[in-house]
Write a protein that binds this ligand. Sequence first.
Ligand code: AIR
Length: 348
Amino acid sequence: MAEINLGILGGGQLGSLLSTAAKKLGIKTTIFSDDINAPAQNFSDKFIFGKYDDKEKILEFINNVDIITYEFENIPYETLKEMNKLKPVLPKPSVNRLIQHRLAEKDFINKLNIRTTRYVLIEKKSEIETLKDFLPGILKTTTMGYDGKGQFPINKVEDIESLQIDFSKGYILEKLIKLKKEISVIITRFGINKFEIYEPIENTHQDQILKHSKIPAEINEKILEQSKEWATRISEELKYIGTLCVEFFIDRNDNLYVNEIAPRVHNSGHLTINAYNVSQFENHIRAVCSLEKISLKKLSNAKMINLIGNEIQPYRQNLKLNKNEFFFDYLKKEIKEKRKMGHLTTLF
Ligand code: AIR
């Protein structure tokens, strides 16, 4: 078979880990990013720097690759749609358009008879006063948010007075539930009823950023089965190709809710690199490049910790690791507070 060159839009750690997985399969990668220092250029075969609306640079990228995928959902839909006319974009651009918009995403999930938290569209600040029933809640931008960016907790109506936000952008208010824990399910779909699914992963967050993930998740059998069934149904319904992550909440009464869908490989799945025979990254590459689907085998229990901001320093200074520990440095040039700089996976 002729050599495949996979184009990846976005150049963060997810792009790096995808490039590394591709290399193992003999697939070349080209990263396109609007960040001149995009860390994934350290792991890919080629790097193109350009803005996502720079037609010339985008054309150069398209001409250089056979298939296009993305590692960041905030790529403009128009860009994906135009690219898809010349080279296949997977997962298909319409998936990205749906999931980029929190309201459309939640409506879609509810139409499948899958539970989400209660939510309402907010167009004016004053509307919140009449929606006491949704408080305590969390106000989220309908587009362009990740890692807690664009999210504002509102405990009581008075909290809105101090809000300095531009409501023309579109927000939704989500009612908080009595949260017991959070889990995620990662699935890679290859075609109709053809998929591989990982066991649910238990996640904890700090400052709205993922901190720890582990398998097995401490959940009951019913939640385990329901979360996998919902993730499968969502990916089938989207006719998804590639790796997708569904994030869930579990409340104190053991009710399951979908929090959100990530149409890409996911931070909680980093532990699959060491804990499974095929990682979420390799599976994504296999699916979008139409390679063979391999049955998943779990090799070990695992836990992962994200190294945020300065936490990376001791590991960079050659901290001694045990045999069951695996350290990943994303090689981001600038250490910033709250920035994901690397992770450590421990098998047990
Ligand atoms: N990412 C994508 N969606 C959510 C996250 N966390 C990853 C992608 C993206 C990178 O985070 O790999 O490129 C951006 O990281 P940063 O630190 O530059 O904001």
